[in-house]
Ligand binder design. Structure first.
Ligand SMILES: [Zn+2]
Ligand SMILES: [Zn+2]
Length: 202
């Protein structure tokens, strides 16, 4: 079996101030990412907007060491769904199926965030075509994360993680090691293929 080198460390779930419920500014985010010793990638996953991603990616252009992945934490009728690799919002209100189609038509991938926490889609996850499950989520309880882990095993989906940070102190608490080069397409493919490993920091 090929040995896997997890060369990228990426926080796949961060909110900027454009989420409304987060205090993190795009400038702070870029500075923190540039300063971090090994986490060099982040997915901007604001609630139902791409504005934070647009601003962060513009600011990040001056740095060669960091990668910004576009994402949206989409509000669907039953809770939240994260799409990665997509630079536009779906129409609202959106059903889970329409968001998944929307993401796939644009070569994006679909992550089910915090399935058993508040605003998680729960057992519905078993009946949809997602690409990965978020576990652990630092805001979920141990029990909720355990249930999410069992779900991922049951439906055979890779686990990915992000901090779900809404403040600077919360950033990087959970992240994903990815076996890919530092470019978006390869990273999304590695996630789909399960060449990922989740990690947490203290
Ligand atoms: Zn959420
Ligand atoms: Zn979130």
């Amino acid at each position: 079996m090929r040995k896997i080198n997890f060369v990228q460390a990426i926080d796949l779930h961060v909110h900027t101030k454009y989420s409304g419920d987060s205090k993190i500014t795009p400038k702070e985010l870029v500075d923190q990412l540039h300063a971090h010793p090994f986490i060099k990638g982040v997915a901007i996953t604001d609630h139902d907007t791409i504005r934070g991603y647009e601003e962060v990616s513009k600011l990040a252009k001056t740095y060669e060491d960091i990668l910004i992945i576009p994402g949206i934490e989409v509000s669907v009728e039953n809770g939240h769904l994260i799409i990665l690799g997509v630079e536009e919002c779906p129409k609202y209100p959106s059903s889970i199926e329409s968001v998944i189609d929307f993401a796939k038509e644009r070569d994006g991938i679909v992550v089910i965030p915090h399935p058993y926490r508040e605003l998680g889609i729960g057992d519905i996850s078993e009946d949809i075509e997602a690409d990965a499950i978020e576990v652990p989520n630092p805001h979920a309880t141990q029990e909720e994360n355990k249930k999410a882990e069992n779900l991922a095993r049951k439906i055979n989906l890779p686990c990915v993680a992000g901090s779900d940070a809404h403040s600077l102190q919360e950033m990087w608490r959970a992240y994903t090691k990815v076996d890919a080069k530092q470019e978006i397409e390869g990273i999304l493919k590695a996630i789909k293929d399960g060449r990922v490993k989740v990690a947490t920091t203290k």
